[in-house]
Ligand binder design. Sequence first.
Ligand SMILES: [Zn+2]
Length: 92
Amino acid sequence: MSFPGLASPHTYAPPAVSAFLQRSRCGAYWVWIVRHCEKCGRGHRHGGGTIGDDPRRSLGHRAGHCRVAIPDGYVLTDGDPDCTERILREVR
Ligand SMILES: [Zn+2]
């Protein structure tokens, strides 16, 4: 697949999208919720590891979950670090 017009990897910086930490429905996993994707406007969910792991380690450059083909994904960033701290303290 090619993406005509895409800048070279040296100049293209994937956009940052804010993600908010939640526990999975079963309570065993972390989930990062993207409420509004900068690239496609939809919401996405990204795995954040198992409870007991630090979910912040799975932030950063991730493949996009957008339904449209978007090259190079985006950079997941913690949209509310204070809330993340609070959630992490609750489970420890
Ligand atoms: Zn998207």
